[in-house]
Design a binder for this molecule. Structure first.
Ligand SMILES: NC(=O)C1=CN([C@@H]2O[C@H](COP(=O)(O)OP(=O)(O)OC[C@H]3O[C@@H](n4cnc5c(N)ncnc54)[C@H](O)[C@@H]3O)[C@@H](O)[C@H]2O)C=CC1
Ligand SMILES: CC(=O)C(=O)O
Length: 371
């Protein structure tokens, strides 16, 4: 199969979808890989590294997209890339379609076969291609939240670890999955008082055990969330209903009740965000203010730690990319139910229930498609 790896174009997105080791693996499987010149530089990988591993280098994005049967990307195509979408193209990347009607409509109109990293799901509900980036975004969430609390940037001036005789920062994490637990651990490591709120009692028991009780857990109801948020210095939103638009758990009224200079980090913004006042921001302008509270809602947080993120992501995606390249998308999805769950669009039809519900679009049956 001819595989293309374009340079990412989203704001301050420095990750790349394939490392030289990935090129080497795909070439050993008999595939041809073309990487756009400079695509790896943000992760410390040069064109020479890719050439040595067996890739071709193309100067322009148009030739990478135009010649490929499968495009491997990190982030969802942005409008400037919609022109490259075409029937017969297999696109393997993050998509987050429930929060992106324009991209969904473009993929359907161009009849692209798209497999979304974030909805590839194992039989036990694990999200193997989302988890590595969620872990990183969670760790970063605590870090950027602590930074936004600094008074010179408009924060309340609370140090998460407090000081002798002075209370610690109070951190509330909504959603105790991969991102939420990672955020909680880093915040607790900084010395904060941390509470994770979730609706899954089994998960909360795990968190209790995993953190040795250093992180509190509380069941997430609107009443309890409102009470916890009112007293929080930092709220980190990490809720996910896979494939669907994120429920908005924090209302404007709850934000008004918070202390001035408190911070809200919405990691879940890529699925639409879990705060009513959230709108997506970029690494260029990561924060904005609502009623004296600071919001951070960058949709590609791991792009800022591109070395770590590139290797963590590609460690997870490579086996799936190899399966798609070796077998073609249809047989690969027939052989692997986890991959089949990632199938988002094909030949003008949508296959993800949560996206259909969020955007009020018909959803076709993947079992029938693969029969
Ligand atoms: N902004 C960024 O750059 C990045 C964002 N993400 C996003 O972070 C979000 C979280 O991802 P993961 O941690 O992997 O998901 P996950 O599935 O591991 O965890 C989600 C948690 O939310 C909980 N939950 C669901 N409904 C809830 C409710 N009403 N109240 C409280 N908790 C609730 C679930 O029980 C689960 O424990 C996703 O939207 C993901 O796309 C991930 C990586 C990077
Ligand atoms: C999960 C995702 O969208 C990201 O890592 O940017």
């Amino acid at each position: 199969m001819r595989i293309g790896v374009p340079t990412e174009v989203k704001d301050h997105e420095y990750r790349v979808a394939l490392t030289p080791a990935g090129v080497d693996t795909l070439v050993r499987h008999g595939h041809e890989v073309t990487v756009q010149a400079g695509a790896g530089l943000g992760a410390g990988i040069t064109d020479a590294d890719y050439l040595d591993a067996g890739a071709d280098i193309a100067a322009e994005a148009a030739s990478v997209w135009g010649d490929a049967e499968m495009i491997l990307k990190v982030k969802e195509p942005v409008p400037a890339e919609f022109g490259y979408l075409r029937e017969g193209l297999l696109l393997f990347t993050y998509l987050h379609l429930a929060a992106d009607r324009a991209l969904t409509e473009a993929l359907l109109a161009k009849r692209v076969t798209a497999v979304a990293y974030e909805t590839v799901a194992t039989d036990d509900g694990g999200l193997p291609l989302l988890a590595p980036m969620s872990e990183i975004a969670g760790r970063l969430g605590a870090q950027v939240g602590a930074d936004a609390l600094l008074a010179p940037g408009g924060g309340s001036g609370v140090l998460l670890g407090g000081a002798a005789g002075v209370r610690r920062g109070n951190v509330v994490v909504l959603g105790g999955g991969t991102a939420g637990l990672a955020a909680a651990r880093v915040a607790a490591g900084m010395g904060a008082d941390v509470t994770v709120m979730d609706v899954n009692p089994v998960r909360m028991r795990q968190i209790d055990e995993l953190t040795g009780g250093t992180v509190r857990t509380r069941f997430s109801t609107p009443l309890d969330v409102a009470g916890a948020v009112a007293d929080a210095d930092l709220v980190i939103g990490a809720v996910l209903v896979p494939g669907s638009r994120t429920p908005r758990l924090i209302t404007h009224a709850m934000v008004q009740a918070m202390r001035p200079g408190s911070v809200l980090v919405d990691i879940a913004i890529d699925q639409g965000g879990c705060f009513e006042d959230s709108h997506v921001t970029t690494h260029s302008e990561p924060t904005y203010e609502v009623d004296g509270k600071i919001f951070y809602a960058v949709g590609n947080m791991p792009g800022a730690v591109s070395y770590t993120s590139t290797y963590a992501l590609t460690n997870a995606t490579l086996p799936y990319a190899v399966a798609l390249a070796d077998n073609g998308w249809r047989d690969a999805c027939r052989q692997r139910s986890d991959l089949a769950r990632g199938l988002a669009t094909h030949a003008g039809a949508l296959y993800t229930d949560g996206v259909g519900q969020a955007l009020d679009l018909d959803v076709a049956d993947v079992v029938t498609l693969l029969a």
